[in-house]
Design a protein around this ligand. Structure first.
Ligand SMILES: [Zn+2]
Length: 270
């Protein structure tokens, strides 16, 4: 499942490839699941617009679109779900199974949305899309503390609460708690200001490192001939149950917090 850094990488890759291009026409398949807006509305909103930019909001890819002689901004919002991909393809490229949408561009290329498991979502909006929650890469340390300090939930569960921070997933929650030395089960109310400052720093750092790591492999995600699969940062705790902690050599523990598999070091995290 793509997490925030992957979505950021994909959005940047798409922005580089298709910004400035125009969507001329749109084909939409007959599977209803990926369509959060009605098919006819999606087609009408996308057709004959210029792609101003592509950016990430939380775990969404947002295409900012501009129609001629229309003042109001409009957006095409794509959520990749578990297996969704947005591909930039020459028209002669083989059509992948489970292609749900094709936007034909003035440049002759196509933007294709492919999603075998159909947990991805396509939506259009008029106006501006900010998404729920606060953006983890933009939030300042003071606001970050205010979001969590009054929460009785374990800090791990609070980090995953998308109404607070938008886009932090399981891997990056575990990794940032490890780097900050905080146990995932601790209540958010019990965490000190100094610890919150560490956590804020660790979260932004781990997300930025993953984005940097993904930059070189962006072609794998957005070009039709790219290989499938998501890059992974070298995880320090996530998925390393029973393996020695990279700092203290104690085995990494796995527990369940807020229904999610959670990894931590019992010695390094307090
Ligand atoms: Zn350790």
């Amino acid at each position: 499942m793509p997490e925030l850094p992957e979505v950021e990488t994909i959005a940047r890759g798409l922005d580089k490839r298709v910004s400035g291009d125009r969507i001329e026409s749109v084909w939409i398949g007959n599977k209803p699941e990926p369509l959060k807006s009605p098919a006819a509305v999606i087609a009408k909103t996308l057709e004959r617009t210029r792609i101003e930019q592509v950016r990430r909001v939380g775990k969404h890819i947002v295409f900012d679109l501009k129609a001629a002689k229309v003042k109001e901004a409009r957006q095409w919002i794509v959520h990749l779900g578990m297996t969704g991909r947005m591909l930039v393809a020459p028209p002669e490229a083989d059509l992948a199974d489970h292609t749900h949408l094709i936007a034909r561009l003035a440049s002759g290329r196509e933007l294709r949305f492919v999603d075998p498991r159909r947990f991805g979502r396509l939506e259009v909006r008029v106006g501006s899309f900010a998404g729920p929650g606060t953006e983890p890469l933009q939030v300042q340390v003071e606001e970050f503390m205010q979001l969590f300090r009054t929460r009785k939930a374990p800090i791990k569960a609070a980090l995953l609460n998308q109404k607070l921070l938008h886009g932090v997933g399981n891997i990056y929650a575990d990794e940032s708690l490890f780097r900050a030395g905080i146990r995932p089960r601790r209540r958010a109310t019990s965490i000190t200001r100094a610890e919150y400052a560490k956590l804020h720093h660790a979260l932004q750092k781990v997300l930025k490192e993953a984005i940097t790591a993904g930059g070189s492999s962006v072609s794998d995600y957005v070009d039709a001939n790219g290989e499938e699969g998501f890059f992974q940062l070298q995880h320090r705790v996530y998925g390393r149950e029973g393996e020695p902690c990279l700092v203290c050599k104690r085995p990494i523990k796995k527990i369940v917090v807020g229904g999610r598999g959670t990894h931590y070091c019992p010695k390094c995290q307090r």
